[in-house]
Every structure is written in C-alpha cells, then in structure tokens.
Design a protein around this ligand. Structure first.
Ligand code: PMP
Length: 356
C-alpha cells in the first residue's frame, strides 16, 4: 500500500523559483528573475543577525514579540492586528487555509503572483481567475462580477506581480464597500515601498474585519533569504493566521534582522529611492525603444513579448541577464527585476538588439 496524497496536493502546480544567473560573454552575470534587492545587507543588520546566531541552541520567540511591537508602533495598529510568518507567502497560505476549503471559491486577477493558484488549490478551494485589463492592471469590476455564493476570499495584488501597475486607492475602497463583508479581501502589498503614483492603493487605510494587508521584508528591506513577512488585519484574522501557522516559523536571526532593518529604515528607503530612479531609466529606455511596457510601481518591469518571449529571454541570458519569462498565454512576456546600475544598462543594450 502506498500513502494516498490528497488529489488537491497531488496535482498542485509547481512553484518555479528564479534561475541562478549564468555567466555572460564578458564574465558578467546578474540574477533579475526573483525581484530581489541587489544591495548587500547593511553592516548593522548583519551584526544583529550574527549576534542572534550565538543563541541558535534556543528556539526563537514564537510570538515574534519585539518585531510585532515595532511593527505595531510604526504602523499605528494594535499588536493583536499583526501576524508574522515565514515570508508573506507563508502568511498567505495560512490565511487562505483559515478561510477557504473544499467547495469554496477564491477569486484573483490573472496574470498575477504565481503562488496564488498553488495556495488556493492546497486549501481544496477552486481558483477563479479574472483577466487583467489591457493596461495590465486589475479589472475590479469583473472581479466584483465574479463573486458568487461560494466566494470565500479575493486576492488583490498591488502593485501587481508580474505586470507592475498599482490599483487606484479610491477604486479599491469603493470595491471593498461593494463586496459582501463575509468575504476575506487580501491586499498583497509585497512591493508597496516602491510605489510612487499619487493615487496608488494604501492597503493599511483599508484594513477592516474582512480586509487585510500582506507585507514582506523580502523586497524593499532586502531580507529575501531570511523569510519574514506579515499581515495587518483584524485581530480575529491575525489570530487565525497565527493559529494555522507552524510554530517557531521565523528563525532567531530572521527576527533580529527584521527588527534591525526597521531601525535602519531610513537608510534602506534611500536604497529604494535609488532603485526607483533606476526603474524609471529602464522603463523609459524600453519605451523609447518602442516596447509597450506598462506602468511599474514595483522593483521590476514587464516586457510584453508575446510569441517572442522565449527568444528574448534567451537573448538576455546570452548577455548574462537571467530574467523571468512567462511563456504561457494569456499575456506571454518577460518580467525583469531592476537590479544593479550595470545590469540595468545592460538590459537596455540587449533590448536594443532584440528582433521585432
Ligand atoms: N506577494 C507577491 C506579489 C510577491 O511577488 C512575492 C514574492 N515574489 C510574495 C508575495 C512573497 O514574498 P515573501 O514570501 O518573500 O515575503
């Protein structure tokens, strides 16, 4: 007899992590496939982490007490409104597990973050995917129309991974007012700190009993390797996430690094400001070359490459740039992380040579 794996698990799509970078012809190699922060850790963050390692024989603080208190103070919310987890993707898995199951539906825009279909399927619920608008942003009206008696949750990704645009704040507020309030609305703001558009959604202001904001230390704070994310929501929702999550999920050094990063926030946000400047350079450069690149409020740009997607990503790889191609329809294209200045200039040089 073999163990029987639940059908929802046996057939779950595989999460594809960004590939490591190959070495290009001049010995260059840049990984632009996972929306990581190209800056190395700040010395103070590294020191706090190393100090925490001295206590590695002990379990971490399961309640993430210090980190939660710092976050609550910074955001002006109660400590009971925060749930910290092993990256925001783990928090998302826990939250969906808490609200959806077999026979339920979860709605989200598509194309969007590739963990969504996996997370939904693992709960046993059914994914309802709503195509994005032609500007690569979410179609909130169509999402509203997709709501049924079986809907248990709606995911909103702002700015949207992998296409880039942010949802308009007032439109999202009106959408939330219009959705029945027994439906959990999760606003995934992984790239929040990279936003510059004046009317972009501010998820925190929209938090209420059925609305939560999902955030991460992986992008703006540069801690992708340590896995720290969190949710801000209603105390009941945050409590459910904590109850579902595996105990001691956030390691000692990860908690220490996150706390130290909050103390060093000004310096980290200066780096973000540099990355935003670099994003403009890449976005404008690609548009000047004639590519129809949608707005980006994040640390990546979306190159709609259609049937040339594989060919283009091969051309980038040959120059030492690993990008993230999405070859399947609809909307085949390439997501390119804004990286080091040298990498960003190389993106434009390669783009110039691409066949049209
Ligand atoms: N949400 C979105 C939209 C993302 O793009 C990512 C990372 N790729 C995450 C959540 C997860 O981030 P993490 O688990 O590293 O916090």
């Amino acid at each position: 007899m073999v163990v029987s794996i639940r059908p929802a698990v046996a057939s779950v799509p595989v999460y594809r992590p960004g590939k490591p970078a190959p070495v290009g012809p001049d010995g260059v190699s840049f990984k632009l496939s996972s929306n990581e922060n190209p800056y190395p850790p700040l010395p103070g963050v590294l020191a706090a982490t190393q100090q925490a390692c001295e206590r590695m024989n002990r379990y971490p603080d399961m309640a993430n007490t210090e980190l939660t208190a710092e976050l609550a103070a910074k955001l002006g919310v109660g400590v009971d409104q925060i749930a910290v987890g092993t990256g925001s993707v783990a928090v998302l898995y826990s939250l969906l597990q808490a609200v959806a199951g077999a026979g339920d539906e979860v709605i989200y825009p598509w194309r969007s973050f590739e963990a969504y279909p996996i997370a939904v399927q693992l709960t046993g619920a059914r994914s309802v995917q709503v195509p994005n608008l032609s500007d690569a942003g979410h179609d909130l009206e169509a999402i509203r129309r997709a709501v049924s008696d079986a809907t248990k949750a709606i995911l909103i990704c702002t700015p949207n991974n992998p296409t880039g645009p942010a949802v308009d704040h007032d439109q999202l507020a009106a959408f939330i007012d219009d959705v029945p309030d027994h439906i959990m609305i999760i606003i995934d703001e992984a790239y929040l700190e990279f936003g510059t558009a004046p009317h972009r959604a501010r998820g925190l202001e929209l938090v209420r009993p059925n609305v939560a904001s999902l955030r991460t230390f992986s992008k703006a704070y540069g801690l992708a390797g340590f896995r720290v994310g969190y949710l801000v929501g209603d105390p009941q929702v945050a409590g459910a996430v904590r109850a579902v999550s595996a105990p001691f999920g956030v390691s000692l050094p990860a908690q220490a690094a996150a706390v130290a990063s909050l103390s060093a926030e000004d310096q980290l946000l200066e780096r973000v400001a540099e990355l935003i400047k670099e994003r403009s350079l890449v976005l404008d450069g690609l548009r000047d070359l004639g590519f129809a690149v949608p707005d980006s409020q994040s640390n990546f740009v979306w190159l709609p490459a259609g049937e040339r997607t594989a060919e283009y990503s091969d051309a980038f790889a040959a120059a030492g740039l690993i990008t993230r191609p999405f070859v399947d329809e609809p909307d085949a294209g390439i997501r390119i992380t804004v990286g080091e200045p040298e990498a960003n200039r190389l993106i434009l040089r390669v783009a110039e040579s691409l066949p049209r």
